[in-house]
Design a protein around this ligand. Structure first.
Ligand code: AMP
Length: 115
């Protein structure tokens, strides 16, 4: 296992883990962009959305369902939040271990930066 997120999942690097099961781990982003900013990460290394395989359907679905549960737990479900996955260079991906950003706790404005 090589990515920084794999080390967090394995307990080799400290992180504020808020959820973990057999398929995914969720922890608070080290550089939060909003009052709630949690990353939901597959326990196995999948580099990008492009690398999802047919048999990753369960883990991909789990990521979304865990996001929903954590949004409720954080108390942001009613007001709303944003789920975001960056992919590769144009998507602004920095860590090549698939992760779903759960961001909320304030009004987030337009979805994309204006050019
Ligand atoms: P992305 O640009 O979608 O690849 O997002 C990577 C995210 O990982 C950024 O929001 C970083 O702040 C976050 N991040 C990087 N290292 C850590 C870490 N050790 N613990 C928690 N979050 C991290």
């Amino acid at each position: 296992m090589t990515t920084i997120f794999s080390k967090i999942i394995a307990g080799e690097l400290p992180a504020d883990i808020v959820y973990q099961d057999d398929l995914v781990t969720a922890f608070r982003d080290i550089n939060p962009q909003a009052p709630t900013h949690i990353l939901i990460v597959p326990n196995k290394e999948i580099a990008t959305v492009n690398d999802l395989a047919e048999d990753d359907e369960q883990v991909a679905g789990r990521m979304l369902l865990v996001a929903k549960k954590l949004a409720a737990q954080e108390g942001i479900a009613e007001d709303g939040y944003r789920l975001l996955i960056n992919c590769n260079n144009h998507g602004g991906q920095e860590v090549y271990h698939l992760h779903l950003h759960l961001v909320g706790g304030r009004s987030l404005g337009p979805m994309l930066m204006r050019r």
